[in-house]
Write a protein that binds this ligand. Structure first.
Ligand SMILES: C[S@@+](CC[C@H](N)C(=O)[O-])C[C@H]1O[C@@H](n2cnc3c(N)ncnc32)[C@H](O)[C@@H]1O
Length: 267
């Protein structure tokens, strides 16, 4: 089953750029990168690490801190992200490429990791097989995605508000694979990886006020942003009100939490 749909189409929903991405999702993916790396990154310094679907580079940043810039390589198919990555992470090799076609020889890396990427990969089985191919025997392949069933408060509240107004709203929880227990494990096992382990990782982000959250949807990032920006001004106003109600009408600062389902296995 491919992941392609009119609402979820690889890099198409990430064209708004790195700064917009940071305001919408980077605020979660940065703390997640630390938790994910703590869990999956081999402790021995000198590890050659590949960040697959790097975006602006949240996971790369953590890997560079731990391993050094010359040990880290990154790929992403979205041109604007690759450009922003180059500006932000000078000295780190980056390529414009999808997970399904990694431009590396077999066994080049000790660890290949994809953070919040497999929801957007058109051919996830091929992507996982490619990640397995480019790590050495005994090397690690790791991935994580948001667990919509456990908790991704920001997106869950948005889609609940959207569904209350539009029963056909393309709720990510129903469109996307891999957020449920066992799905990422099956993906890695299918790619021939062994000793596959799965866990959940919880992070949160604090908003100064509700307007900060609502404005982040209007940046057009990801399926939720694409849906919000496709609405008429009247529909947007109703969606904003619905989301505000979903969150209990916060009057000041508030935090939302998010749980990622993470997996790693060895080749
Ligand atoms: C939610 S962002 C995650 C970015 C980054 N890893 C992070 O944690 O902030 C999803 C990323 O997947 C990338 N992507 C989309 N299709 C992809 C594919 N087929 N292979 C690799 N990356 C892909 C997008 O360009 C985007 O950078």
């Amino acid at each position: 089953m491919a992941n392609e749909s009119p609402q979820v189409s690889g890099s198409a929903t990430f064209h708004a750029g790195a700064d917009a991405y940071d305001r919408f999702m980077g605020r979660y993916s940065r703390p997640l990168a630390t938790a994910f790396a703590d869990w999956c990154l081999p402790a021995d310094a000198g590890t050659r690490f590949l960040d697959v679907g790097c975006g602006p580079g949240a996971l790369t940043e953590v890997a560079v801190q731990r391993l050094g810039a010359s040990s880290v390589v990154a790929v992403d198919p979205t041109p604007g992200f690759v450009e922003a990555f180059r500006a932000r992470h000078r000295g780190v090799e980056v390529h414009r490429a999808p997970a399904e076609h990694l431009p590396f020889a077999g066994g080049e890396f000790d660890c290949a990791a994809a953070q919040l990427v497999f929801h957007f990969v058109s051919d996830p089985e091929r992507g996982a097989a490619e990640m397995a191919r480019v790590v050495r025997p005994g090397g690690v392949v790791a991935a994580c995605v948001w667990d919509f069933e456990e908790e991704m408060h920001m997106l869950r509240s948005f889609w609940d508000a959207a569904l209350a107004l539009d029963p056909d709203a393309p709720d990510e929880a129903h469109i996307m694979r891999f957020g449920r227990p066992g799905e990422l494990t099956a993906l890695l096992r299918g790619a021939g990886l062994q000793h596959v382990a799965e866990t959940t990782l919880r992070v949160h982000s604090t908003y100064a006020n509700f307007d900060e959250l609502w404005a982040s949807f209007l940046l057009g990032i990801g399926p939720a942003g694409a849906y919000a920006t496709s609405r008429t001004p009247e529909q947007q106003a109703a969606l904003r009100d619905g989301l505000y109600a979903q969150l209990g009408r916060p009057t000041g600062s508030f935090a939302l939490s998010a749980v990622a389902r993470a997996v790693h296995g060895t080749r």
